[in-house]
Design a protein around this ligand. Structure first.
Ligand code: P6P
Length: 327
């Protein structure tokens, strides 16, 4: 039988490789895993319980919120507040950040999208949780907004949990990318994809229905993808589309448009964490001109165009955009 390594064991082994590690980050990662195991249980029974469907309220981005979004947000906030290693959180589902009065001295803040792709919930398409962990910059006392407005390059850890045909955790602490599959029979994330590297391959993923609204460079790049018979896949769930891009290779794109010059996806809790994972797997992530993880962030829910995936395709896309005018 293949050796079974749980994420807890993996984190402890990795921590032993980091002499300066004092265990707080490891503890925080384990608490995020606990929250996502609970969310996975709720997502997997959603079709059975009367918690599916719209909650009738709007989130900070003005999008109609599904009940599971609220539940996932509450579960993550509760687990992080109880962890003792987190002094505050920022969530897609909450207008402002939340400072944990009971953890004023904790070293880390966490930003997350509790349930990304929620428009897919009632059609049973994969959805996911995305998280980013930063060291706080503020001194002891309640965390501040500036603790969350750090460049993506300052992330100490980031990753996602995909609630798909199986529930999978993928994360990085800056020493490569590893994937863990949840074994529901023992309630453990088990190492299934060690040291993931993104291949170069001819796949592209974009909401083709918005083709006419894309910058000219993006349209020319897509024309080349079609001309070269590249495989096209798009689910409308960022975690599922980026995870497939990580495993199979290719490029995921959410461009700007005349109606949204910054695109749709959020820098803090969607694009930066995904960029950290993809770069650590050997890929690239840009907004068409600049590296995602070097973009200046001024608001919690700030949006950015994003082009992320295999380095070769991201570079080809960026060259097209440099040569051709944008909006
Ligand atoms: P569109 C889901 O609502 C989401 O935030 C991402 O998960 C996904 O990539 C994107 O929006 C899909 O947006 O405009 O293609 O439906």
């Amino acid at each position: 039988m293949k050796q079974l390594i749980t994420v807890d064991e993996f984190i402890i082994r990795k921590q032993q490789d980091l002499p300066y590690a004092t265990g707080e980050l490891s503890g925080l990662l384990r608490d995020i895993c606990l929250a996502c195991k609970i969310i996975s249980r709720e997502v997997n029974k959603a079709g059975l319980a009367d918690i599916i469907g719209l909650a009738g309220v709007e989130n900070a981005s003005g999008e109609t919120v599904q009940k599971l979004d609220i539940l996932a947000d509450e579960i993550l906030q509760a687990c992080l507040q109880n962890s003792g290693e987190c002094c505050g959180i920022a969530s897609e589902e909450q207008e402002s950040f939340v400072a944990f009065e009971n953890c004023k001295k904790a070293k880390y803040v966490v930003a997350f999208d509790p349930l990304d792709g929620s428009s897919n919930i009632d059609v049973n398409v994969s959805i996911g949780t995305i998280f980013a962990i930063y060291r706080r910059n503020s001194l002891d006392g309640p965390c501040t907004l500036e603790d969350f407005l750090q460049d993506g390059a300052e992330q100490v850890a980031a990753g996602y949990v995909l609630y798909g045909s199986s529930t999978m955790l993928v994360y990085t602490t800056g020493q490569g990318v590893n994937g863990f599959t949840l074994d529901p029979s023992i309630g453990e994330f088990c190492l299934s994809h060690p040291d993931i590297k993104i291949p170069e391959s001819k796949n592209y993923s974009v909401n083709q229905s918005r083709y006419k609204t894309f910058p000219e460079g993006v349209r020319r790049f897509i024309d080349d993808c079609v001309e070269e018979d590249m495989r096209f896949r798009y689910t409308g769930s960022m975690v599922a589309d980026v995870h497939r891009t990580l495993i199979k290779g290719g490029i995921f794109m959410y461009p700007s448009s005349p109606s949204s010059s910054s695109g749709k996806l959020r820098l803090l809790y969607e694009c930066n964490p995904m960029a950290f994972v993809i770069e650590q797997a050997g890929g690239a992530a840009t907004n068409g001109q600049e590296r995602i993880m070097e973009l200046e962030i001024q608001q919690l829910h700030q949006r950015t165009p994003v082009y992320i995936g295999s380095k070769g395709l991201v570079e080809r896309l960026s060259e097209k955009m440099e040569l051709l005018p944008n909006f």
